[in-house]
Design a binder for this molecule. Structure first.
Ligand code: PGA
Length: 256
């Protein structure tokens, strides 16, 4: 679960790996990655692969499971959608909200993201709120404004206890799936902005202890520098998490 002092390595598989591939990955990854006391590892496979993941990881309670997306409602006539409660019942402990692919492809705006966060919290899942600017926004110099807006709308209706529970992922949209990675200094700057905004909505202690992940073309060869950047508490990895060896390399980073 969420323990801010340990680096968090999260794998967002997106629309990759059905049950068969998931089981194969978990077997291979488990052999390559011994459990670490000093880190948290979370997988976000497609929900259809949850059972395969849990069966293959039955003897690896250190490999945690999360859901990539949930509906804004608790239940109802929403063909094709899944609820946060269902995801929890199926073994998820974590849930993403606000991923830029959901925002862009499925029209999730900040208000939608706020409702999804509420559903995740109600279901007892640990939410990871994703924020980040597009290339145009970065070039226009509005990074801080964009992050502030995304964070304030998402946190608007949450109480203090809920705010303390959130984990954040700073994911510059221009770095996702592009092979472009934020420089460690840029990541540090954005993480500092996120932390400042958390302090405005919650309080200084919550902001200081909040876990903020970096995401966007994280790979085995850039993980160490990114993880060493000030304020980076872990990573959310897409493409490079699909390969067991590569992701095991990433999850070995930052050892004392
Ligand atoms: P990427 O994806 O590592 O493939 O850039 C990151 C993400 O979308 O979370």
């Amino acid at each position: 679960m969420n323990q801010p002092t340990r680096p968090l390595f999260a794998a967002n598989w997106k629309m990759h790996k059905g049950p068969v591939e998931t089981a194969g990955f978990v077997r291979e990854f488990s052999a390559l990655h011994p459990a670490r006391e000093d880190a948290t590892v979370v997988f976000f496979p497609p929900a259809l692969s949850f059972t395969a993941f849990r069966e293959a990881a039955a003897d690896r309670p250190d490999l945690e499971l999360g859901v990539q997306d949930v509906h804004t409602e608790q239940s109802g006539a929403h063909t094709g959608a899944i609820s946060a409660a269902m995801a929890a019942e199926a073994g998820a402990e974590w849930g993403l909200a606000g991923h830029s692919e959901r925002r862009r492809e499925f029209g999730d705006d900040d208000a939608t993201v706020a409702r999804k966060l509420a559903r995740l919290l109600e279901a007892g899942l640990q939410p990871v709120l994703c924020v980040g600017e597009t290339r145009e926004e970065r070039e226009a110099g509005v990074l801080a404004e964009v992050l502030a807006r995304q964070l304030s709308v998402a946190a608007r209706d949450l109480d203090d206890a809920a705010r303390r529970r959130l984990v954040y992922a700073y994911e510059p949209v221009w770095a996702i799936g592009t092979g472009l990675t934020a420089e460690p200094a840029d990541a540090a700057e954005a993480h500092a902005i996120v932390r400042r905004e958390i302090a405005r909505h919650a309080d200084g202690a919550t902001a200081e202890s909040a876990r903020i992940l970096y995401g966007g073309s994280v790979k085995p060869d850039n993980i160490e520098v990114l993880l060493a950047a000030p304020g980076v508490d872990g990573v959310l990895v897409g493409g490079a998490s699909l390969d067991p060896e590569g992701f095991a390399g990433i999850c070995a980073a930052g050892k004392a």
